[in-house]
Design a protein around this ligand. Structure first.
Ligand SMILES: [Zn+2]
Length: 381
């Protein structure tokens, strides 16, 4: 698998010109650059034979470094279409969104240039949410757990031993219970802008542009859309989980894949979660049905992934002028030493393992997921 945004993008776009159907390419640029000074963009392909009214929307790289698997899967599907082993039905079209967070992919982070997790940021009414969270007991409890663990999750300087921190995390698991602790680590906190898992206080440009693009690409008279947002990291290594945040998507996803692998996480449900699967569904502009799930392929135990995110964040925060450089506010920056740092390499390995076995089986799982979803869309009443 390619582990650079540019290589992923070139490969994906080159393949798209060989697809034997109607292919409409488009993109939007973000006001940021990569280490070579190139502007960063998100690309879209709209592929169909006739005039379908059912669409599969397949997005990658909402979390920057997770692009490497997501892009490989998108390209894998394109290859299957090109060699004829995958047939697109006449009544279904495919829309692929490549690199929702290109800044994170280019600079090897999960979050965007403002340290924001885009998958906690799709909130249509921020003032209302922030006001409500002030008195929400669940949010207040998660906030106090987050702050209690601050010494471990947001250390000011590099950590040389993860042994103590690993033990401390095990202690927090015991103290608060798995569910509450995990929620406090993942809920997209909105009070510490330099801390890990920050969800932001207003909607980021990546999501505004994405929303507009989806309105433009999917006709309003569409009968049905299924959105798959591709992720890696959570869950048992090499195993897939389908994360859903609303009842309609839960029912649809379970009828395609069975109930066993579907994870309905009520903690992130509805519009408060800020996930892009729920945000795009909430703001849909089509007359028909819309179901959505995140395809999550597990890579490593959660404490290991979490520590890799934290260690990279410490390194990033010590080099946060990279943000000014990529916003073109600064003319020089030592990109090489920033990107080659050990914490970056560990983070990439954590979200796109180099193991051939993992890569091969994960691509098969992803391809089966796409294949089954398209068959379901085509056959559904
Ligand atoms: Zn993710």
């Amino acid at each position: 698998m390619n582990r650079s945004l540019q290589k992923c993008r070139d490969f994906f776009l080159n393949l798209s010109s060989r697809v034997p159907h109607r292919v409409q390419k488009s993109n939007y640029e973000l006001p940021y650059i990569d280490f070579t000074g190139r502007p960063l963009s998100t690309d879209f392909l709209k592929i169909h034979k006739g005039s379908p009214k059912r669409w599969l929307l397949l997005t990658s790289g909402t979390h920057g470094v997770e692009l490497f698997y997501g892009s490989a899967l998108q390209s894998h599907v394109l290859k299957k279409i090109i060699d004829g082993s995958f047939q697109i039905p006449d009544n279904v079209g495919i829309i692929m969104g490549h690199a929702i967070n290109p800044w994170g992919a280019a600079w090897l982070r999960r979050v965007n240039v403002n340290n924001i997790d885009l998958n906690r940021n799709f909130i249509t009414d921020f003032p209302e949410l922030l006001e409500r969270q002030k008195t929400d007991p669940r949010y207040k409890e998660a906030k106090s757990i987050y702050l209690d663990t601050d010494e471990i999750i947001n250390p000011g300087s590099p950590r040389f031993s993860n042994l103590y921190d690993g033990a401390k995390i095990a202690y927090y698991f015991w103290k608060y219970g798995r569910e509450k602790f995990t929620y406090a680590m993942m809920f997209g906190q909105r009070f510490k802008s330099r801390g890990v898992q920050y969800g932001g206080k207003s909607m980021e440009i990546e999501l505004k542009l994405l929303q507009e693009k989806i309105y433009e690409l999917i006709p309003t008279d569409s009968e049905a859309v299924i959105h798959i947002d591709i992720h890696t990291g959570l869950g048992d290594p090499g195993q897939e989980t389908f994360i859903v945040t609303d009842e309609e998507s839960k029912t649809t996803t379970a009828s395609i894949f069975g109930e066993k692998r579907v994870d309905f996480n009520s903690l992130f449900s509805g519009k408060d979660g800020g996930l892009i699967i729920s945000g795009l569904k909430e703001t849909k502009r089509i007359d028909g049905k819309w179901a959505a799930f995140a395809l999550e392929i597990g890579t490593a135990p959660i404490n290991k992934t979490f520590l890799s995110i934290r260690d990279e964040a410490v390194w990033h925060n010590a080099n946060s002028i990279v943000e000014n450089f990529s916003k073109k506010e600064l003319s020089a920056f030592n990109s090489e030493s920033y990107l080659n740092h050990k914490t970056k390499q560990v983070l990439v390995e954590m979200f796109c393992p180099s193991s051939e076995e993992w890569q091969k089986s994960s691509l098969n799982i992803g391809y089966d997921t796409v294949n089954h979803t398209i068959k379901y869309l085509s056959a559904s009443k």
